[in-house]
Ligand binder design. Structure first.
Ligand code: ASP
Length: 707
């Protein structure tokens, strides 16, 4: 703490108390005060956006699993993306009732489909707990112990602030690594139901070809509903539950927006890495991005091939293929973007200048070695990176290995006192951990498992990794076929109630047990090493941000970390390449134009007829001579902002965020006015589909859209 205070005084003395607008703009609630909202373009005061003593827009915001959503009716109706509701739509679907293909519309509340693995969170309050966190680490020299102590104190503070009876879950979020920590309290809603989804051919029009691409023509929206027990408390699904009454719901403005209009977004952006050093980017570029991109590509191809002439497998693998493809293409975009923007060279150049500044500034002498130290930690991280990712691939996607790891972890962790367990195995989290694992186990397919394990074997050989060394390729193949494929472990979802039997069964299969146990132990050793390196980095990152802000004379906005943020911008086109300019609105005409391409652009029945009838209702935009479909804007968003409401200056809903342009996948490392563009569905397209295509009268009535 002493270090922090000295540095803060130093900043104030040299640069005065001033807050400079950062280039990037995912503003946490605590930063809103520092913005001049009127000057930026808002026509509402801060208290209408966030008001700790009253009701404001943020009370209409929900975190829907990894996405965002917003309440749009007094009866708990939530607007989010089709791709966010995808797993629920798929779960509801069968070969007889294929809602993924045909769309889903519950005309009455009884018909709404319980989305089993979905929860909603509403931000209740936040509090800076940096002092409490950092003081718990004082005097701990060992880096791996520091990482453990950090996890422990974060968990302790969160547990103390949670209030199960009132369904309040607390979480401590690291805003700046090793520096600032904020405790957020969330109200959790556990009964979430699917209300409406357009056919996939509308919700995901353009498929993977268009994913992360502008110009776009996708109706990526869906409606869900939050339910609570009759006394208003949060409860697991029950048919007696009633729709949740939100404190606030968003009003829709059906007139939409035009080029250059001001817009803003509230949402839960997942992760960005802008406050990280060059060494981190190099690690991303050389290890994480290529390794994961290659791994996911292989899996996508295999799952797709298995489903080719098999509609049942096609449906079974639909969610996993979609998730993997989304990340795979995003990583490809990042790899290309790093090259195109020369970001790494720029970062190294910047750090050289920073080093010169450190050397010239007396107060910073103690940081003379800071950058070297960071670089040498990364040398160690890089040397183990491929092995680390290999283990991630093995334990995450091979059902047999994933189940075995869970059983071994369960056996070790549940023997420990609660506060020393891996957080995934705490009493509070274990069911969630198991249900995540069960989603992998539900995908078990013999052909995939055997080929995937052989793929991992060859990958280990290619990258010279110290695993599976005692096998020759033929021996391993034999082992996979005779031992892994024949074992019971991993072939079906696990149940916490008979987990001890499962552990015993794994141990009885000596060949399999010895094999997985050896991998498990090696992985644990690697994880301990990672804890140590992360402990080191945590302190170094804190110093890095301190020194950088002294050097630049400004404060930075914390990187995205799945906490509530605000970002603003304008409806704006951009130039993706030499001599090319993209206009920021697409229309129905473009949907029809693309449909001649077939494949990812096959329209659902009746769509073209409807288009030909020119039945635009009140959604026709004379300037565009059509109905607007998607919009483009220069806000600052990332994954997790999917489903965020896009609002006009008055805080009215005019669009639904769902993606970014390909060039903007690099956004997570550096935001830039020239390429950072996010993509949303124009509210008029959503309303047009509801009214003209789906005849979803009940939803339209519930939305209370005023003309
Ligand atoms: N489509 C994105 C996602 O999958 C949203 C984004 O990253 O901008 O999360």
């Amino acid at each position: 703490m002493k270090r922090l205070t000295a540095i803060t005084i130093f900043i104030f003395l040299f640069f005065g108390v001033r807050f400079m607008l950062a280039e990037e703009g995912m503003y946490p609630l605590s930063e809103l005060k520092k913005l001049n909202l009127t000057k930026i373009g808002f026509q509402i005061p801060e208290s209408e956006i966030y008001n700790p003593n009253g009701v404001s827009l943020i009370d209409a915001l929900v975190k829907v699993n990894g996405c965002t959503g917003s309440f749009v009716s007094p009866n708990g109706l939530i607007l989010t993306n089709h791709h966010c509701a995808f797993a629920a739509i798929k779960e509801a679907s069968s070969l007889e009732h294929n809602y993924l293909r045909d769309g889903f519309y519950a005309e009455t509340q009884e018909e709404e489909y319980p989305a089993k693995n979905y929860t909603c969170r509403i931000t209740e309050s936040y509090e800076d707990v940096s002092d409490k966190v950092l003081s718990a680490l004082e005097g701990i020299e060992d880096y791996s112990e520091r990482t453990k102590a950090l996890k422990k104190i974060m968990r302790k503070l969160a547990d103390e602030a949670s209030d199960e009876e009132n369904s309040i879950v607390a979480e401590v979020s690291e805003m700046f690594k090793g520096k600032t920590y904020v405790l957020f309290r969330y109200k959790v809603i556990k009964d979430v139901r699917l209300v409406f989804a357009p056919p996939r051919a509308i919700g995901e029009y353009g498929g993977e070809t268009d994913n992360w691409i502008w110009p776009r023509h996708s109706g990526d929206f869906a409606f869900m509903r939050a339910y609570v027990a009759q006394d208003g408390s949060s409860a697991e699904y029950s048919k007696d539950n009633i729709p949740y009454t939100p404190q606030k719901f968003l009003r829709i403005n059906p007139h939409g927006v035009k080029e250059n209009d001001f817009v803003f977004i509230l949402g839960y952006p997942g992760r960005t890495y802008r406050n990280r050093p060059a060494a981190f980017l190099k690690f991303m570029q050389d290890y994480q991005l290529p390794f994961i991109q290659n791994l996911y590509s292989w899996m996508i191809e295999k799952f797709t091939e298995l489903g080719k002439n098999n509609p049942e497998l096609q449906l079974k693998f639909a969610t996993i293929i979609k998730g993997l493809s989304n990340t795979e293409k995003n990583y490809r975009g990042k790899m290309i973007g790093l090259k195109r923007t020369h970001l790494l060279e720029k970062k190294y150049r910047e750090e050289k200048e920073m080093q010169d500044f450190i050397s010239k500034t007396d107060e910073l002498k103690k940081y003379a070695n800071l950058l070297n130290e960071i670089n040498s930690v990364y040398d160690e991280i890089n040397s183990g990176a491929n092995l680390n990712f290999w283990f991630y691939g093995a334990f995450r996607f091979s059902p047999t290995l994933a189940a075995s790891k869970f059983l071994l972890d369960y056996e070790h962790e549940t023997k420990k006192p609660e506060d020393e367990r891996k957080s995934a195995f705490s009493e509070k989290n274990i069911r969630k951990t198991l249900s995540r694992l069960n989603r992998t186990l539900a995908l078990y397919n013999k052909s995939f498992e055997e080929d995937y394990l052989m793929f991992l074997f060859n990958l280990a050989r290619k990258k010279n990794l110290p695993v599976l060394e005692k096998f020759s390729e033929t021996d391993f193949e034999k082992f996979v076929k005779e031992t892994i494929s024949e074992a019971a472990t991993g072939k079906k979802p696990l149940d916490l109630e008979n987990i001890d039997d499962e552990i015993a069964r794994l141990k009885e299969n000596k060949k399999l047990f010895d094999f997985v146990n050896e991998l498990y132990r090696l992985n644990e050793k690697i994880k301990n090493k990672s804890d140590e390196l992360n402990g080191k980095l945590n302190g170094l990152y804190a110093n890095y941000v301190d020194v950088k802000s002294i050097w630049k004379g400004k404060n930075f906005i914390p990187d995205a970390n799945s906490t509530l943020r605000l970002t603003f911008g304008r409806i704006k086109g951009y130039s993706p390449a030499d001599a090319v300019w993209y206009y920021p609105v697409t229309t129905l005409n473009g949907v029809i134009d693309k449909s001649v391409l077939g494949k990812d652009y096959v329209l659902p029945p009746r769509y073209e007829e409807l288009f030909n009838s020119r039945d635009y209702g009140s959604f026709f935009d004379a300037d565009l001579n059509s109905v607007p479909v998607n919009i483009l804007y220069d806000t600052d968003t990332t994954g997790g902002n999917s489903g965020s409401p896009v609002m006009n200056a008055k805080g009215e809903l005019i669009g639904l965020n769902f993606d970014r342009a390909f060039e903007a996948t690099i956004n997570d490392f550096a935001w830039n006015e020239s390429y950072s563009r996010s993509i949303g569905v124009d509210i008029r397209y959503i309303l047009w589909i509801l009214e003209k295509y789906s005849h979803a009268e009940n939803i339209l009535a519930e939305l209370q859209v005023k003309n």
